[in-house]
Ligand binder design. Structure first.
Ligand code: PLP
Length: 391
């Protein structure tokens, strides 16, 4: 069976160029980047080159890049690193669990937390962020692009609110990196998280951008790695892979790769809207990253559709990978105010540079057929048809 992957927001495969860049650092150039000898120096040089590549993607100084174990650690470091008991955090209802769960934890430790609701299109209003500010607000954390809907948040306007109020601003750009340009100065953020495996780098390595002069307490203590901002021997192959993936991602913004992905997404959406009744796109009236669409197919269970499509060879997701498999509907779609039945009938399709026209053609055959089959067995759909006939 041909397998088609449309779950790039969960993770992406390594590009061969990324793997080749990493390969020497597993066996030949295996040194510890903190060692003073030749082996260590080779590893150190590679780590510093990757720091420059990451800085180029984010438009910041290399010294502002801190390597971490991924998006979750970067988000946690921003939140635990800035906030102390008595401080106030402003975040939103559509953040990734890496932010929301960390916010719950700091609340238990005496931090006040305001969770600003999102609008029905999955967007956050900067004025709502402003209204939530208090004299003791220390940190605003609002994501750059949502992992489930792809909706791009007005981070530049939120950065202005933060600057005017003299409050630190963290943005989780894990789903923005490699999909839209990121310029930390334009955003006006103090902290920003990215994760390599979301843009064809390896799993388990990420970056926390920390603006020069921003004081925070590290999450991990030990050696003086990463200028005492994150202890632990650097994951040299991972960091090298992240650097290479950043270089490729930066080029993709201007070499037509992202435009091609946007066209594929458009064809998928329009094809499904034309072929399936009672379906639609969540967050459609907002700017969205080019690779993501979140679509509802009323009168069926999304999880059943994920399984039906997987059996036919198409991998999609019912929400974020971290929460799929749980019977709870997506907290993001809930936060947008979707009725529970619609939230539960929604799936995320996320493409990458490896997606092809053939993939979209196949999806346009498989999805309508699977939806029709599930609806055929659905008592809810039968009831809907009977009600429609009675009108
Ligand atoms: N933030 C967002 C928006 C994400 O989508 C993810 C992963 O799904 C993360 C954070 C966590 O990143 P990682 O998997 O690198 O820990």
């Amino acid at each position: 069976m041909r397998r088609i992957y449309m779950d790039a927001n969960a993770t992406t495969p390594l590009l061969p160029e990324v793997f080749e860049a990493m390969r020497p650092f597993f066996i030949d150039s295996f040194g510890n980047a903190s060692s003073v000898h030749h082996f260590g120096q080779r590893a150190r040089a590679a780590v510093e080159q990757a720091r420059e590549q990451a800085a180029a993607l984010l438009h910041c100084r290399p010294a502002e890049i801190v390597f971490t174990s991924g998006g979750t650690e970067s988000d946690n470091t921003a939140i635990f690193g800035i906030l102390r008991p008595g401080d106030h955090l402003v975040t939103t209802s559509i953040e990734h669990h890496a932010v929301l769960q960390a916010a719950d934890k700091v609340r238990e430790r005496g931090v006040e937390v305001t969770v600003v609701p999102a609008g029905p299109s999955g967007n956050v209003d900067p004025e709502d962020i402003r209204s939530a500010l208090r004299p003791n607000t220390r940190l605003i954390s609002v994501m750059m692009a949502n992992n489930e809907t792809g909706v791009i948040q007005p981070v530049e306007a939120i950065g202005k609110v933060a600057t005017e109020a003299g409050v630190a601003f963290h943005t989780d750009a894990v789903q923005a990196a490699g999909k839209i340009p990121i310029d930390v100065a334009a955003i006006g953020c103090h902290l920003l998280s990215i994760s390599a495996h979301k843009f064809h780098g390896p799993q388990g390595v990420g970056v926390l951008y920390v603006r020069r002069g921003t004081r925070f307490e590290p999450l991990v203590f030990g050696g003086s790695h990463e200028r005492q901002r994150r202890a632990g021997t650097e994951n040299v192959p991972g960091i090298v892979g992240l650097g290479k993936a950043c270089e490729i991602a930066l080029a993709a913004l201007t070499d037509g790769t992202d435009d091609r992905i946007a066209l594929l997404r458009h064809r998928l959406e329009q094809g499904l809207l034309a072929r399936v009744d009672d379906c639609g796109i969540n967050g459609v009236d907002q700017p969205r990253v080019p690779n993501t669409t979140n679509m509802y197919f009323d009168h069926l269970e999304g999880e059943a559709l994920v399984i039906a499509l997987d059996l036919k060879g198409l991998a999609v997701s019912g929400g974020s990978a971290c929460s799929s498999g749980s019977p709870e509907p997506s907290h993001v779609l809930n936060a947008m105010g979707l009725p529970q039945s619609r939230a539960q009938s929604s799936l995320r399709y996320s493409l990458s540079r490896l997606s092809t026209d053939d993939d979209v053609d196949a999806a346009l055959e498989l999805i309508p057929a699977a939806v029709a089959q599930l609806r055929e067995y659905s008592p809810v759909y039968k009831k809907h048809l009977a009600e429609a006939a009675a009108k």
